[in-house]
Design a protein around this ligand. Structure first.
Ligand SMILES: Nc1ncnc2c1ncn2[C@@H]1O[C@H](COP(=O)(O)OP(=O)(O)OP(=O)(O)O)[C@@H](O)[C@H]1O
Ligand SMILES: [Mg+2]
Length: 243
C-alpha cells in the first residue's frame, strides 16, 4: 500500500467531485509531490467518533486489502484519518473523518451499440465474481452503480457491504439495492451468499442485453428458489458466452 495510515490530506489537492452514494462522497485529488491522480472516498456522515469512523470502513479496507492485485477490482492505495474544525454559528466543533485512497477509474460509458462488447463486458464481470468468490469474498451490493466502466471493461467498486465467508454458512443481514436484491434477502430469511450474487448478476444481465437468449439465462439466474439457480461456473460455461 502506497499511503498507509495517513493523518491528513495535506499532501493532496482537491480537483472535483466524482460521485456519492449511501454513506460516502468520492472526490478526485492530485498527490502534490508525485502528480498522481487518485479517488478519495470519505464519509459523508458527521458526528462520529474516531473509532466509529474507522469501523464504517473496516469491511472495505479488509476486503480491498485481500483483493490487492486482483484485476477488474478497484485497488486500495491508502487510507487514513483526519479531523476538521467547523466554525459554524460561532460554535467550534471537531469533525472526525476517515478516508480511503483508491485507484482513480476514468469512467466512460459502455459501448452498448455492440452486443459483442457488452457480452464481453458482462462475461468479464462474471469471471471477476468467480475469482472473488474463490477467495471467500461476497460483494452483497452488486448493481450497475458499483460496476464502473473503463475501456469497456468492468471495474468492481464499493465493498462496504462485503463479507468474508466460507460460502457454506447462511447469513442474516439485509444488504443490497433494490431491484438487485434476491427475494430470500427481502423476505428476511437467512441466506446462502453465493446464490444471492447470481440473482443480482441476473438483474444486471437483463439491464445490459435484451435478446431472447440472454433473457432466458437471466431468468434462470433470477429464480425465486435459490437452490434452483445455476451457480457462476454453470453460467460462465453457457454456450451463449463462447464467442
Ligand atoms: N475509484 C473511483 N474512481 C472513480 N469514481 C469512483 C471511484 N470510486 C467511486 N467512484 C464514484 O463514486 C460513487 C460512490 O462510490 P461508492 O459506491 O464507493 O460509495 P457509496 O455507494 O457511498 O458506498 P457505500 O455503499 O459505502 O455507502 C460511485 O458510484 C462512482 O460514481
Ligand atoms: Mg455505491
Amino acid at each position: 500500500m502506497l499511503y498507509p495510515e495517513l493523518q491528513s490530506l495535506d499532501d493532496f489537492e482537491f480537483i472535483k467531485n466524482l460521485g456519492s452514494g449511501y454513506t460516502s462522497n468520492v472526490d478526485l485529488y492530485r498527490h502534490i509531490q508525485t502528480d498522481r491522480i487518485v479517488a478519495i472516498k470519505k464519509l459523508s456522515i458527521k458526528n462520529l467518533t474516531q473509532s466509529e469512523c474507522r469501523k464504517t470502513y473496516d469491511t472495505e479496507i479488509t476486503i480491498l486489502t485481500k483483493l490487492q492485485g486482483c484485476s477488474n477490482v478497484v485497488q486500495l492505495i491508502g487510507h487514513g484519518f483526519y479531523t476538521t474544525i467547523d466554525n459554524n454559528n460561532r460554535r467550534t466543533r471537531t469533525i472526525n473523518n476517515y478516508f480511503l485512497i483508491l485507484e482513480y477509474i476514468d469512467v466512460q460509458p459502455l459501448d452498448k451499440n455492440s452486443e459483442r462488447i457488452t457480452k464481453q463486458f458482462y462475461y468479464k464481470l462474471l469471471q471477476t465474481l468467480q475469482k472473488i468468490h474463490e477467495l471467500g469474498i461476497v460483494h452483497r451490493d452488486l448493481n450497475l452503480n458499483n460496476v464502473l466502466v473503463q475501456n469497456n471493461e468492468p471495474i468492481l467498486i464499493d465493498f462496504a457491504f462485503g463479507l468474508v465467508t466460507n460460502g457454506k454458512q447462511k447469513v442474516a443481514e439485509f444488504y443490497g439495492t433494490k431491484p438487485y436484491v434476491a427475494p430470500e434477502i427481502i423476505d428476511g430469511q437467512s441466506y446462502l451468499p453465493y446464490p444471492t450474487e447470481v440473482y443480482s448478476l441476473g438483474v444486471i444481465l437483463l439491464e445490459l442485453i435484451n435478446n431472447n437468449e440472454s433473457k432466458e439465462i437471466a431468468l434462470q439466474m433470477m429464480q425465486q428458489n435459490p437452490y434452483k439457480r445455476p451457480n457462476l461456473e454453470d453460467v460462465i460455461a453457457h454456450p451463449w458466452f463462447q464467442l
